[in-house]
Design a protein. Sequence first.
Length: 339
Amino acid sequence: MLISMGIAIVVLVAGFVALIKGADLFVEGSSAIAKRFRIPSIVIGLTIAAMGTSLPELAVSVSAAWNGHSEMAISNVTGSNLFNLLVVAGVCALYAPLTVQRSNRMVEFPICILAVVLMAVFGATGAGMDGAFGSIGRAEGIAFLALFALFLAYTVRSALKSRSASEEEDADEEALSLGKSVFYILIGLTAIKFGGDFVVGGDAELAGFGFSYGAVAIARVFGMSDTLIGLTIVAVGTSLPELVTSIVAAKKNEVDMAIGNILGSNIFNVLFILGMTVVITPVSFVMENFIDTCILIAASIMVWIFTWTEEKLVRWEGAVMVLCYALFLSYAVARVYFL
């Protein structure tokens, strides 16, 4: 038991390391190629870099759904968004007041809330699979991806429109060679793929080993549901890139753009990651998923209201946000073991 548990934890940690390092290599290689072809840096930041930090969520959600753990796929998206919104933004606000741009309040926040509302509606109205409360199918996934394409087009257009001449790329900037860039991309994608598999885990028979591994094994040892493991270990682990990036930004007094990055990541998680996941394979939507999605909607509205008070998130609001996340985790654990 202890040996199997130890192996499961080692594989889980190795999966997280592979996910984060793989995303880093993918972003570095892709950015180098984009710069080589004179793609503006602002566009690189809004597309390749932003998506790169969310690649762990994509890998885990697709792997979970593909291997029959659809509850984990849904809860990973929900849990990651809650962690980004309440913990990442909350910790930044505790460190220093977090300025919120007007465009964030007027555009990204409403889109973020709308995306989660659509997630709840699609899940609740879909035909239940395997006795589940509902489901999200390929048609809804296509709708999510179409909305994401519109959002991305709007974001890039707005960024290019506001970009000043002084932000033009420096043609003499040192960059990776084309071959090294392609190598980084391939290694990054490989690490992301296997990292996602390791984090989710599976059965000994499927893996070809004499033990179960990853989050699935840990869930079984402690009697945790796929929903709980997705909301906790997996969600926090796949959100590490956003957390590290935001903490570094706070230390450098560059927190004014943090909320925009968090909102962009949350929109990406629902519209692209969930959309891509359900296009590949429809997922079931259990009652716990619906409740957690409603909690995410309420949390998003609460933080949105906070941003209108002083056009920034201040320390006491950050403390409330972190406390709310702690209460949510307590509820998520209690409903599995006590309710």
